[in-house]
Design a protein around this ligand. Structure first.
Ligand code: KG4
Ligand code: ZN
Length: 342
C-alpha cells in the first residue's frame, strides 16, 4: 500500500553501459529495479564504446522506465521526485538520463535531484540494511573508482584514500584481457580463480607511501603483463587459473591492507563495501574477516546492488531530497564530478 506521506522516487542511471530505472520509496524500499545491460554488445569490442553506449541508452530508456513503473504498480502521477545520475561517467551516456529526468520533472512538476554516481554506490548499502546509519567507513571499488571514504552523515563524505592510477575494476578488466578472458574481466577472473592457486605467483603489492589510504594498481597490472611476456619468451606454460587467482589475491591484499588500517586508526565499528568489484565473493570474505578481527559490523549489498543500478541512485536521492537538495532544469552531465561536490 502507498501512504501519501511516503516519498516515491523514480531513479535513472545511465552513466556507463547499463540503462537502469527503479522506483524506491523512502530511500530503502525498492519497489522495482530494472537494468538493461549492454555488456553483450560491448564484449564484441573488448570494452565499453562510449558512442554505442549513448545510442543504446536512447533506445532503451523509455522501455526501462515503463517497466520500472509497471513493476512498482505505479504511474508517473504517483512519483514525487526524480533522481538521476549526473556524474561522474561517460558524458554522452549521462546526458541521456539527465535529459529524460529533466523532461519528466518539467512535464510532471516534480522536483529533480542530480545524484553523484559514487554516492549512489555507497547508498546501495541502505537498501538491505534498514538499520545502517552514518557514521561508517566505506570502500568503493568499481570500474572507474577506488575510494576509501568516511561517511560522516547522509551526503557528507570525507575521502580517506583513493587510487593514484588504475581503479581496481579497471585492473581486473585489463588483466582479464591479457590472459584471454575478455570483457568484463572482474566476474571472469573471479570464476577462473576458483580453479587456481592464489599463492602460485607473487605479484607485488604496492603500498603508497605517506599517511594517506591511497591505492595503486598499475604496477601490479604491469607485473602480470611482464610475467606473461617472460613465460612466452622462455616457453613456460601459462596457467590461466593460477595467474587469475594470484592477481585477484594481490588486489585483495592491497584493499584489505587499507581496510585494516582504517578500522584500527579511526576506531569506527561499521564498515561497508560498494561498487562492481564488491560483488567479488573472495573480496567479500576477506573484508568480512578483517571486520570480524576488529569487532566491526560488515555491510555488503547483494551483487545486483553492487554493479550499476538505479535503486542505489533512488536511495541517495532520497537523503539528498531530505537535505533540501534540488537541481534546476539547467542540470548538466558532469563527467568528472568529485564526490561531495554539487
Ligand atoms: O560499479 P560498476 O558496475 O561500474 C562502474 O561504476 O565502474 O563496476 C564495474 C566493474 C568492472 O570493472 C567489472 O570488471 C568489475 O566491476 N566487477 C568485478 C566483479 N563483478 C564486476 N570485479 C571483480 N569481481 C567481480 N565479481
Ligand atoms: Zn558504478
Amino acid at each position: 500500500m502507498n501512504d501519501p506521506k511516503d516519498i516515491k522516487i523514480l531513479a535513472i542511471e545511465t552513466s556507463c553501459d547499463e540503462t537502469a530505472a527503479a522506483v524506491v520509496v523512502n530511500g530503502r524500499d525498492v519497489r522495482s529495479n530494472i537494468i538493461s545491460s549492454q555488456i553483450a554488445l560491448h564484449t564484441l569490442y573488448g570494452g565499453v564504446v562510449p558512442e554505442i553506449a549513448s545510442r543504446k541508452h536512447i533506445e532503451k530508456i523509455d522501455q526501462v522506465i515503463t517497466e520500472a513503473l509497471k513493476q512498482a504498480e505505479m504511474t508517473l502521477d504517483d512519483i514525487d521526485v526524480i533522481g538521476v545520475t549526473y556524474g561522474p561517467g561517460l558524458v554522452g551516456a549521462l546526458l541521456v538520463g539527465v535529459a529524460e529526468a529533466k523532461a519528466i520533472s518539467y512535464a510532471k512538476h516534480i522536483p529533480l535531484i542530480g545524484v553523484h554516481h559514487i554516492e549512489g554506490h555507497i547508498s546501495a548499502n541502505y537498501i538491505e540494511n534498514k538499520e545502517l546509519e552514518p557514521p561508517f567507513l566505506c570502500l568503493i571499488v568499481s570500474g572507474g573508482h577506488t575510494h576509501l571514504v568516511k561517511v560522516n552523515g547522509y551526503g557528507r563524505y570525507e575521502i580517506l584514500g583513493r587510487t593514484v592510477d588504475d581503479a581496481a575494476g579497471e585492473a581486473f578488466d585489463k588483466v582479464a584481457r591479457a590472459i584471454g578472458l575478455g570483457y568484463p574481466g572482474g566476474p571472469k577472473i573471479e570464476q577462473v580463480s576458483k580453479e587456481g592457486n592464489p599463492a602460485a605467483i607473487h605479484f607485488p603489492r604496492a603500498h603508497v607511501t605517506g599517511e594517506s589510504y591511497n591505492f595503486s594498481f598499475s604496477g601490479m597490472k604491469s607485473a602480470v603483463l611482464n610475467y606473461l611476456n617472460s613465460c612466452q619468451m622462455k616457453g613456460v606454460e601459462i596457467i590461466q587459473a593460477d595467474v587469475a587467482a594470484s592477481f585477484q589475491q594481490a588486489v585483495i591484499d592491497v584493499l584489505t591492507g587499507n581496510v585494516r588500517r582504517a578500522l584500527q586508526e579511526t576506531g569506527i565499528k561499521k564498515f561497508a563495501i560498494a561498487g562492481g568489484v564488491a560483488s567479488n565473493g573472495t573480496l567479500r570474505k576477506a573484508v568480512e574477516e578483517v571486520c570480524d578481527s576488529y569487532g566491526a559490523e560488515f555491510y555488503r549489498p547483494s551483487p545486483v546492488f553492487c554493479t550499476d543500478n538505479a535503486a542505489m541512485i533512488g536511495a541517495a536521492a532520497y537523503y539528498d531530497y531530505l537535505a533540501g537538495a534540488r537541481s534546476g532544469l539547467d542540470l548538466n552531465a558532469v563527467p568528472n564530478l568529485k564526490l561531495g561536490e554539487r
